[in-house]
Every structure is written in structure tokens, then in C-alpha cells.
Design a protein around this ligand. Sequence first.
Ligand code: 13P
Ligand code: SF4
Length: 319
Amino acid sequence: PEQKAVVKDKIKRLLKAQNAVLVAHYYVESDLQELAEETGGYVSDSLDMARFGKEHPAQTLIVAGVRFMGETAKILTPEKRVLMPTLEAECSLDLECPADQFIPFCDEHPDRTVVVYSNTSAAVKARADYVVTSSIAVDLVTWLHEQGKKILWAPDKHLGNYIQRLTGADMLRWQAACVVHDEFKSRALGDLIGKYPDAAILVHPESPEEIIKLADAVGSTSQLIKAAQTLPNKRFIVATDSGIFYKMQQAAPGKEFIAAPTMGEGATCRSCAHCPWMAMNGLHNLLQVLETGNNEIFVDEAVRVKALRSTQRMLDFSA
Ligand code: 13P
Ligand code: SF4
């Protein structure tokens, strides 16, 4: 613990000395979330991370999360230095939607408005008309649908199906999934609900349809934390990455949070409700990047300029 305190102190001093600010996602380890808050940084869902990084005056942004979050920061603020504790932190949605397959797919459907989830590479964003996060995806597609637009959606199949069910929009959908949320099991969740009938069910929309159907609230990580605060229930079953419990507990003290099951009986899960890439962020590699300036994010300028159009529309739409 003493060692940890020493590392945290060093990080705090370096952040100040380098005019750097730490922006963290709810899924990274609680030490990093705590540090972000203690040092004037920010912890949030992916949309608010992007907004905070853009508006904050610091010259260096340290993004604790996965690669697309660092790239989004660089797309929005190329004049800033963007560093990440690790450059290895991918996202299965991003990996399962490579630009060299996605671009020709879009080219085959020129009549469709291309809407992509923020969990994608800069090159995929550059081919899109709009970028969204889970907090605004339903509203943006509703708005496009009302204008009679046909949509090409990528990459998350569960989120795409959820949006389609709610909006009735004509959506051609890419078929990728999040390795964490795809693992939630509806039968085991049903059993848990039987055991705790008073609990409200909070679900991130990257989860399968059978899980979403059992939900009392569906939304982005920030929206789920808000639901934990505002719903009258004293107990919640939560279907998203377990990293969220740190902030949920803080935001709604006195309430009880139970992880939704990722395994039916006898089954195995790949990631057991914690993103393996988010877990690569830690105090030690954060200290290292501050000491060395390594792990800087760069985005090809031609790609960045194109990706800025669709990414800026995300911010404008949600303003
Ligand atoms: P949020 O925008 O809800 O934070 O989601 C990001 C993410 O990667 C969820 O798995
Ligand atoms: Fe990607 Fe899923 Fe990890 Fe979020 S939790 S970063 S969607 S793999």
C-alpha cells in the first residue's frame, strides 16, 4: 500500500508539472478513477470523455481506457499531446470491424447513411457520416429515421438490433460483438431475478436481446449510474463491466449491487464481466508514460480530418 501511495504521489506531481489531465473510463481500475478525480481530471462514459478532453485547457491528455478513446481525443484535439498507459488496449468491436472490409461494404450501399459506434478505428470513423455512443445512439437514429434515411450501422450487432427494435428504422447491420457484454446469460439472470424479485435490472445495450428484454433501465455507463441513483429500488442486478461498481457504489451509497451472471451452469466465459483491455491500464504504466512520454497516439492527418466530421457531429448532436 505504501508503494502504491508513492506511485500515486509521483503521478500527481508529473501531471501538474506537464500540464496534463487524466481522463478515465468507468471500467478501468478504481485507483485510476480515484486519481483522475483527485487531480482535476474526469471519469465518465465514452461520450463525456470525448467532450471533457476537447474542452479542457490542458496541453496533454492522458486517456485511461481503450485505444479508440485515445484516438477520439486526438481526432478532436490534434494540437494536444494524447498519451495512454498502454497502446495494446483494443476493443473487440473495433477489431471485428476492420476498415479494409468496412469501407468496401459502405461503398456497396451508397444509398445508406453510415452511422458507427464510437468503438471503432479512426479509419472507420472517417468513412462514417455520424459517430454515436450508446448514450445517444437511439436518439440519433430516431432523428435520421424521421427524415426517411436508410441506415448502415456498425459494428455492434446487439446495440444495432436494440436500436432497430426501438426505432423501426431500416438498418443494415454489421455483426460484431463486445466480448464482455456478449457473455451475459439470460437463463442464469432469470434465476437471479427469481432470487431477488425486488432488484432493478440495469443493462448496457451491448448485451444480447434476451438480457435487454429483462432490463428496467438500458443505457450507457453514465446513464446506468444515474439509474442506480434515481430508481427507488434498494437492490440492483447490473449487466455491464464490473469496473462500474466502484462509481456506482459511491454514487448510490447504501444500495446493493449484484453482478449479472456471465455463466450458465457448467459453461465458461471468455472475459467474465471485465474487459481484458481495460484491465491493461494501471498505476505503473501510467507512471511510465508520464516519465517517458511513450505511448503517444497519432492519427494520419488525412484520416483525422475526415473522422473529425462524423465525430464532431456526435458532439453537436448531444449538445
Ligand atoms: P459507454 O459509452 O457506455 O461508456 O461504453 C463504452 C464501452 O466500451 C462499453 O463497453
Ligand atoms: Fe470494447 Fe467491450 Fe471492452 Fe467496451 S467492454 S472496450 S465494448 S471489448
